[in-house]
Design a protein around this ligand. Structure first.
Ligand code: SAM
Length: 565
């Protein structure tokens, strides 16, 4: 670890947030028809999960990519063509944006970083832009630093480890700005836009910040081309690790991950040391043939709330319930001091999800504990809990600030997508009552238990699918003073947006882990949509990006909306 230079929080906070010089560069970008902005809106909402959801939002930018302009029609790359390119900036999901000289045609390249000159092969044409795969770097990117992780150049987890942290922050902030303009349809000509979009809050710990990591087992270890020679003659083809970028069936074997907690890293190594032992007779799951037993290993780190010592929860996800098969492995790893819980989720589906249809406790407790904003939370294996505990303190502090509760115990809070109740329970201390809604039954059970555990009596948690609400939704709680909405990546369903526009709560705090769907939903809430027959009635007061996940493309935002007068 000595090789990692971690900038101090102090240094990071001295990036001058007020001047934000990148804004000048950005303004130069915007007037071209095939600017970064059009590529962002075209490429923005495209994870499988989100595509599934996109039917609800026929006008999402992903469904209507901008038409090529005449200027760009003069150049249209052919699939398989190799081009020499320079990456100009980073767009959403940390895709490198390049332009063909003279025509300005946009090409997006995964893992190309700003300033990098490289050869790229056109892999896909997507209407107004094309995607390229990097073939060879010709000269390195700007703001380059040595990536401390040995897997950084081929692991699907981190994409920007070799970019200085200051530069990562700059591009994240820039992406939020661009998305709010081009997807959210807010205007930077609006005099207060600069004060509405707040500077990104850096993460104090840039390594070992994750309290949860999910690794996959595979019977076919993926070896990157660079390592072919080195790995020749490897005895075992089995892998336990992370996906190669863009592949569901290629697993890179990983012995340590600099993003997860140090105890979790030691635990991973211990599992790696024994799971292939032939005497155990354990087979990894094959995603093609669907044969095999071990699917995923999920490691969660919490702490003993009394001593503060780290505790580990292990979740073995298997294709069948065969506790006798797992027994020898469980015996070995339960000897590790930090391990306080081992559960087994049984997932018989052919999909790659780690959530089981059934869960069995194999050792210790069924939950793990964590302390957040002075409250204790018990978390089950399948319940959502913010993955970066330390930065969650910062995030929840912000949410509390913008929620602006008077603190006299007179106000009602509606906590949508409440998970284990963390946000609602931190606000309950200042509210009259909190009503939380969440789809995962285990998370609701955790939320209720967490309320009891912390002696909170003014919170009600209800299990339900917020994508399937009907006209009865809203009849079981009084009109809220503040709505907190913290959806997962697909954002809010149109039914929920329509409900909120009818409910007209004075204030909405929208917490988002996907700026593209966030911008789309803010557009609906503020500007409405002729297509959706909705009239916006909110005014955007602030957008605060928060970096919860250094070295990855993920960006969290806390947005405040006030009801129009
Ligand atoms: C980003 S998490 C936020 C959880 C919580 N607010 C927190 O900070 O820990 C999103 C939550 O939404 C839940 N969720 C996803 N889809 C949902 C749906 N259709 N209806 C209700 N809850 C849903 C997930 O299970 C998850 O707990």
């Amino acid at each position: 670890m000595a090789a990692i230079t971690i900038p101090t929080t102090h240094t990071l906070r001295t990036i001058n947030p007020r001047t934000r010089p990148w804004l000048l560069t950005l303004r130069h970008f915007s007037p071209t028809p095939f600017s970064l902005s059009s590529s962002i809106s075209a490429a923005s909402i495209s994870t499988a999960e989100e595509e599934e959801n996109s039917e609800q939002h026929p006008s999402t930018p992903s469904n209507s990519p901008p038409k090529p302009s005449n200027k760009n029609a003069s150049f249209y790359p052919k699939r398989g063509q190799t081009l020499e390119l320079v990456c100009e900036t980073l767009a959403f999901k940390a895709k490198g944006v390049c332009k063909v000289p003279e025509t300005g045609f946009v090409l997006m390249c995964d893992r190309a970083l700003p300033g990098e000159r490289f050869l790229g092969r056109v892999t896909r044409k997507k209407g107004s832009y094309a995607e390229v795969a990097k073939v060879k770097t010709l000269s390195p990117h700007h703001d380059a630093v040595d990536a401390p992780c040995e897997y950084a150049s081929y692991c699907g987890g981190c994409k920007t480890q070799s970019l200085s942290y200051e530069a990562q922050l700059k591009y994240k902030e820039q992406q939020v700005w661009e998305i709010m303009l081009h997807v959210g349809k807010f205007s930077d000509a609006q005099p207060d836009f600069l004060s509405i979009t707040k500077p990104i809050i850096p993460c104090a710990n840039q390594f070992h910040y994750r309290n949860k990591m999910e690794f996959s087992f595979s019977n076919q270890r993926w070896i990157p081309q660079e390592l072919w020679e080195e790995e020749q003659g490897s005895v075992n083809d089995y892998a336990l690790g992370l996906h190669a970028p863009g592949f569901f069936d290629k697993i890179l074997n990983i012995n340590k991950c600099l993003l997860q907690s140090e105890p979790a890293d030691a635990f991973l190594l211990a599992v790696q040391d024994c799971w292939r032992d032939q005497s155990l007779g354990l087979s990894p799951y094959n995603v093609h043939t669907h044969a095999g037993f071990l699917k995923h290993l999920v490691i969660r780190t919490g702490r003993d709330v009394q001593s503060g010592k780290p505790e580990i929860m292990v979740n073995f996800v298997t294709s069948a319930y065969k506790p006798e098969l797992l027994e020898p492995l469980v015996e070995k790893v339960s000897a590790i001091t930090e391990v306080t819980s081992i559960v087994n989720n049984i997932n018989t589906s052919v999909g790659s999800t780690s959530v089981g249809e059934k869960e069995h406790v194999l050792y210790g407790k069924a939950t793990i504990a964590e302390v957040l904003r002075g409250l204790t939370f018990q978390i089950s294996a399948n319940s959502f809990f913010q993955t970066n505990t330390q930065q969650a303190e910062v995030l929840y502090g912000l949410i509390e600030d913008v929620a602006g509760l008077r603190g006299d115990g007179s106000e009602i809070v509606l906590d949508l997508f409440c998970g284990t109740g963390t946000i609602g329970l931190t606000l309950a201390r200042r509210a009259k009552h909190v009503y939380g809604y969440e789809v995962v039954p285990q998370a609701i059970a955790d939320a209720r238990r967490n309320a009891d555990l912390n002696g909170i009596c003014n919170a009600t948690f209800v299990q339900g699918d917020l994508n399937k609400i009907d006209e009865n939704f809203g009849k079981n709680f009084p009109r809220p003073d503040v709505v907190i909405s913290d959806p997962n990546r697909p954002g809010m369903h149109m039914k929920l947006i329509k409900f909120l526009l009818k409910l007209k709560a004075p204030r909405i705090v929208y917490v988002s882990c996907n700026p593209a769907t966030c911008a789309r939903d803010l557009d609906y809430l503020c500007h409405g949509s002729v297509e959706q027959k909705i009239k916006g009635c909110y005014k955007l007061r602030s957008i605060q990006p928060v970096d919860m996940f250094p070295h990855t493309p993920h960006i969290e935002c806390v947005c405040l909306l006030d009801l129009n007068d």
